[in-house]
Design a protein around this ligand. Structure first.
Ligand code: S3P
Length: 455
């Protein structure tokens, strides 16, 4: 081992860095390849960048750069790789040289770009890489949407000067009434919207998504964002940012350690380890909903066993708390009492700081306050969708459900019709729940990108 390498100091600069997975990934890459040294997170407040960057350049062997410094770093570097220069974005620094390994990471994701109409959401460092690559690959056109119009306009001006063939324009709105007429083939999210802990949905009309053939979200925590789940529910191919994250890290290590032979399958094994790590570091809840008889309890059990995540059944929790069956609760204390207890239990579960599976009762998420609690705590609502005939098949002989016992088919149908549009409106992921349970479980696991083996 080269003596100098003993104390190699690598790291990541950016702000904020609390949720960064880079130290974990780089430590794994380094230990796997016997690279001596350490990798630190170095959070720098945006105001302190100028003051601190020179010290970092002289004390680190190599480092990564993330939000909001990918563009700002450039003027402190002596030489830039061709793409870093062309795209105006640097995420890896070595010996005062700047590189964009985000580009290789993005390339490895093999997103269809050639001849495609692209919608790019975001205008920061990663957006620059996606924009540059889309142009290089010969896309048909690019619409850019940013919150601040000026940011997109500057990008458009800069990249139009470099390429006169591909039209680049500002996409004013992704949510207006005319959204259904907007036709993009590929949607690229380069913003942090959707990231843990907020886990919000990117503000984009579902029609724009369903008109597309491919969606890429650069976010990896949670592994699958609401944008990814919505796209998959609409039958649109969607890829998360996890692979890009891993590949850009491997490429950075290759730059810093040019003499090391990197294991070609390291990306796959890292991906599996990272999924488990992400579930642990960024707790999320898979929340099952659907009409009575849709299989929430059974599928909850399957999911929990397969993913090795805890399972909470809300009805059982309520029964344990009140020491009474749901049926008795309805009879003796009334529905309002039950709903209050349900709301309390839901809040309690959602605020737990661990990833888990939650089977709710068929009525829990009809209360939009409850939906808010789920959303606020990185809960993803999975609708187990069944038709009314399957409901009859599954629950007609049931005498444990107070809302079914003694009711005619017509009354049950009315209740079903009253609920179904709310279920559809709140679902992040909709699954056809008429199939066999193992198939449904697998579909959910695939949609969340939690495919096995993940231990
Ligand atoms: C209810 C559904 C039940 C249970 C309660 C109320 C409902 O759960 O929470 O009887 O309002 O739909 P299942 O959907 O698991 O039967």
């Amino acid at each position: 081992m080269d003596e100098n390498k003993k104390n190699s100091k690598f790291g990541l600069i950016g702000y904020p860095l609390k949720h960064s997975l880079s130290p974990y990934i780089h430590e794994k890459l380094m230990s796997e390849h016997n690279i001596k040294g350490e990798y630190f997170n170095c959070e720098i407040l945006p105001d302190e960048f100028e003051e601190k960057i020179k010290g970092i350049l002289s004390s680190y062997t190599g480092f990564n750069v993330t939000i909001p410094f990918k563009e700002k770093i450039i003027k402190y570097l002596f030489n830039l790789s061709k793409e870093a220069k062309e795209f105006g974005s640097v995420n890896t620094v070595f010996h005062n040289g700047g590189y964009s390994t985000d580009l290789q990471g993005f390339r490895r994701c093999e997103i269809p770009l050639k001849n495609k109409k692209i919608l790019l959401v975001g205008g920061g460092g990663v957006a620059r890489v996606m924009l540059g690559e889309a142009i290089l690959k010969g896309c048909k056109s690019i619409g850019i949407h940013t919150r601040r119009k000026e940011q997109a306009e500057n990008l458009i001006k800069e990249f139009t000067q470099k390429n006169l063939l591909i039209p680049i324009f500002y996409e004013q709105s992704l949510t207006e009434n005319d959204a259904s007429s907007k036709q993009y083939d590929v949607i690229l999210n380069a913003t942090p919207v959707g990231m843990w802990p907020k886990c919000e949905m990117l503000k984009i009309d579902k029609n724009i998504i369903s008109n597309a053939e491919y969606v890429f979200d650069s976010i990896y925590n949670p592994i699958a964002t609401r944008l990814i789940l919505t796209s998959r529910s609409l039958g649109v191919n969607a890829q998360t940012g996890l692979r890009m994250l891993i590949e850009q890290a491997i490429e950075a290590q290759k730059i810093w350690n040019p003499n090391i032979n990197f294991n070609p399958t390291i990306g796959d094994s890292l991906e599996n380890k990272l999924k488990r790590k992400i579930l642990k570091l960024f707790p999320m809840k898979i929340v099952l909903t659907g009409f009575m008889g849709s299989g929430k309890t059974t599928i909850g059990k399957h999911l929990s066993q397969t993913l090795k995540l805890p399972l909470i059944d809300l009805d059982i929790m309520i029964e344990e708390e009140s020491k009474m069956s749901v049926n008795l609760l309805f009879q003796e204390k009334g529905e309002k009492y039950f709903r209050d207890s349900e709301r309390k239990c839901l809040k309690n579960v959602m605020e737990r700081s661990e990833s888990l599976i939650l089977s709710t009762g068929g009525g829990t998420l009809l209360d939009l306050q409850n939906v808010e609690v789920v959303r606020k705590n990185c809960g993803f609502i999975v609708l187990l969708d069944i038709d009314i005939f399957t409901v009859f098949d599954r629950v007609s002989k049931d005498n444990t459900r107070p809302l079914i016992v003694g009711k005619s088919k017509e009354e049950i149908t009315n209740l079903y019709n009253k609920r179904i549009s709310t279920y559809n409106a709140i679902a992040d992921l909709k699954i056809d729940a008429k199939k066999d349970y193992p198939l449904i479980t697998q579909e959910i696991i695939n949609a969340f990108d939690l495919g096995l083996p993940i231990l």
